[in-house]
Design a protein around this ligand. Structure first.
Ligand code: NDP
Ligand code: GDP
Length: 320
């Protein structure tokens, strides 16, 4: 089996590549040109991956990448994935995160309609939630240009499935984290910040809204769900979540206390991190995935905090 992964240099792409190599897949990774290499997350497997250069902005480059890799499955994980940046660069976010999906689907439609396609959709589409918990039938109400772009990508995936019979699945994944999470996301920012304070490398940590709630899971568990979706008899959409929601404040408390620190002495609220519109509460109902895919998360909130704090602390300790 051959696979093409877009976003292979990102958190999920790196775990998915690990997972699929373990299953014996020939793994092609789509990467965009950069003046400095950004292969840190896949350094340990770089010799096993075949790289194809392309950009989600460039239709012809995508067609060439799909032709060259000739995959059985495509996982479209590439996107501008950070919510605050989507307000600063809303048009570019639309190009990558929304139209990029159509460009990928067009390549499939023109080259080989038998390719199975996975689209990385997001719980951010639920935004100002219409019901609690959120499932596959919950209406969307996105609250950021990122959420709007993801909703477009989701509907295009459904549309290409229904219009052209493509095996296209949209995985509506709730927030998932890991030691490989980007440093600007709240979980990693906090575990890294707390570890720095513990080691005397920082004095405090500036944060935004501590009251919002997220359903946080472990990235390695979530890439398994992506693969399971493409192994079913037919293409469908699935919510992937733990079903448990915690506030940002609870994450902060748990991370600092792992290191024996009282968070209230170090965390400062800084207006710069408050967003123009907030998603207050996300909690997913993944009963469809649990039943049909026989998927379930293996790591809970406390374990996830501990995995990330210990990793960051041990990494930073090497530098002091
Ligand atoms: P990351 O931000 O870690 O990775 C994003 C990837 O997209 C990087 O490999 C990046 O490449 C690539 N990329 C960005 N722009 C382009 C472009 N124009 N052309 C080609 N590649 C591009 O995201 P995650 O791994 O966390 O998430 C994977 C996907 O899942 C994303 O689509 C995200 O929006 C979605 N998602 C994530 C959730 C989460 O909690 N992590 C929740 C729900 C959905 P480069 O290294 O060159 O920048
Ligand atoms: P998101 O759910 O995709 O937006 O993931 P993030 O990890 O970026 O943010 C999760 C929540 O943490 C949001 O409600 C943010 O408003 C909140 N938050 C509070 N302080 C911060 C901060 O300093 N950085 C980030 N990224 N988020 C913060």
């Amino acid at each position: 089996m051959r696979v093409l992964i877009t976003g292979i240099t990102g958190q999920d792409g790196s775990y998915l590549a690990d997972f699929l190599l373990g299953k014996g897949y020939e793994v092609y990774g789509m990467v965009r040109r950069s003046s400095v290499e950004k292969l840190d997350r896949i350094e340990h497997i770089r010799e096993k991956i075949k790289f194809v250069q392309a950009d989600l902005l460039d239709q012809l480059s995508i067609i060439s990448a799909v032709k060259e890799s000739n995959p059985d499955e495509i996982y479209n994980l590439g996107a501008m994935s950070f919510v605050p940046t989507s307000w600063k660069q809303p048009v570019l976010t639309g190009e990558f995160t929304a139209l990029g999906v159509t460009r990928m689907l067009e390549a499939v439609r023109h080259l080989n309609k038998d390719i199975k396609f996975y689209q990385a959709s997001s719980s951010e589409m639920f935004g100002k939630v219409r019901e609690v918990p959120q499932n596959e039938n919950t209406p969307f109400y996105p609250r950021s240009p990122y959420g709007v772009a993801k909703a477009y990508g989701h509907y295009m995936t459904v549309n290409y499935r229904e219009s052209y019979g493509i095996f296209a699945c949209s995985g509506i994944l709730f927030n998932h984290e890991s030691p490989r999470r980007g440093l600007e996301f709240v979980t990693k920012k906090v575990t890294n910040g707390a570890a720095k304070i513990k080691l005397g490398l920082a004095k405090d940590l500036c944060m935004g809204n501590l009251d919002s709630k997220r359903d946080w899971g472990y990235a390695e568990d979530y890439v398994r769900a992506m693969w399971l979706m493409l192994q079913q008899e037919g293409p469908e959409d699935y919510v992937i979540s733990t079903g448990h929601s915690h506030s940002v404040k609870q994450w902060v408390e748990a991370a600092f206390s792992c290191l024996g620190l009282d968070w209230e002495k170090y965390v400062k609220i800084d207006e710069r991190f408050i967003r123009p519109a907030e998603v207050d509460l996300l909690v997913g109902d993944s009963s469809k995935a649990r039943k049909k895919l026989k998927w379930e998360p293996g790591v809970n909130f406390e374990q996830l905090v501990k995995i990330m704090v210990e990793y960051d602390y041990n990494q930073l300790k090497k530098t002091v």
